[in-house]
Design a protein around this ligand. Structure first.
Ligand SMILES: [Zn+2]
Length: 320
């Protein structure tokens, strides 16, 4: 395992996965090496940790450091605390590593929590959204008083602080599916959005719609027209989206396609600059990474670096 991780770190450092068509080392591990997503994630984190902190290799080799605790170590280790923090993770299980990570850096490991649990009836699931706890109140301060909630809400909101409440809600399977679809759809506007953010955005839309209906505003309907500026119209966008099934179509060297559903963009097969039209046939869905990779193939690295500051080629996209 240690030898594999050292080789993987070197492979990642040279970004050799780019040449194989992948958007990150995670996809290389998952698709080409056929590792589960969890196993790929652990190995990706370990390989990146080795690049930043080469002293972890020894403990890996000696069996002091376990691959399952590496994610916790990676969360809290810094160039300043490395000497002190690393030994604290020796001989720990995943759960023990979590506890140590919390001790070292509470804020980094107490993120907002979204849990989906099954309730007694198998048909429904429960979404529990737990907001981060604010610092405890001092005794001499007035305890938090939330204004009384309307009766129908009282049974599922729990005030945590004057401004934050925890919401318990039993929802259908369809609700979870819609929530996940909406969350993915927000990839651009709200990358990594929480359930709260996505639901709030949906509520904003509903409220705006209701306000509009109340005001009986009649907007002139705008029909999509073919664009003369090379801009991809909404109609083309919709058709490409449904044809490509909302996935990145970038072909991989190992066969198949990238398939990412995150940060999707419309890519021109024949580039716009070379006269490629903004038609359905000349458009395809790609993730942001592969869209920029395609542009690099066409325009060259020097040109693209002027627009992307090169960051897309040095920062791997999230593996989630
Ligand atoms: Zn892609």
């Amino acid at each position: 395992m240690a030898d594999f991780l050292v080789a993987l770190a070197d492979f990642d450092r040279q970004r050799l996965w780019v040449e194989l068509g992948h958007a990150s080392v995670f996809y290389y591990l998952h698709r080409d090496l056929k590792l589960s997503k969890g196993a790929a994630h652990y190995r990706k984190v370990a390989a990146q940790l080795i690049q930043k902190f080469p002293e972890v290799v020894g403990p890996f080799r000696e069996g002091k450091l376990c691959i399952s605790s590496v994610v916790e170590l990676a969360r809290v280790i810094t160039p300043e605390n490395r000497a002190e923090v690393l030994p604290r993770f020796f001989y720990l299980s995943k759960q023990e590593a979590k506890t140590v990570a919390v001790e070292i850096c509470p804020a980094a490991v107490v993120p907002r929590r979204e849990v989906v649990t099954k309730v007694v009836s198998e048909v429904v699931a429960e979404v529990v959204t737990e907001v981060p706890r604010a610092p405890a109140f001092h005794l001499d301060e007035t305890p938090p008083h939330a204004s009384p909630a309307p009766a129908e809400y009282r049974h599922f909101t729990v005030p945590l602080t004057p401004t934050l409440q925890r919401l318990h809600m039993t929802v259908s399977k369809q609700f979870i599916e819609k929530l996940e679809a909406a969350r993915k759809g927000q990839g651009h506007a709200q990358p990594g959005a929480s359930a709260e953010k996505v639901i709030e955005a949906a509520l904003d839309l509903l409220l705006a719609q209701q306000a509009k209906r109340r005001a009986e505003v009649k907007q002139p309907r705008i029909h999509p027209r073919p664009s003369k500026t090379g801009h991809v119209t909404a109609a083309v966008r919709r058709e490409v989206w449904s044809r490509d099934e909302g996935k990145c179509t970038w072909p991989l060297d190992s066969g198949g396609i990238c398939g990412s559903t995150l940060r999707l963009e419309i890519d021109h097969v024949v580039p716009r600059a070379r006269g490629g039209p903004s038609t359905v046939d000349n458009s395809r869905l790609t993730c942001k990474f592969h869209n920029q990779l395609a542009a690099r193939h066409v325009y060259g690295d020097d040109w693209m670096d002027r627009f992307t500051d090169g960051s897309i080629m040095t920062v791997p996209l999230t593996s989630a």
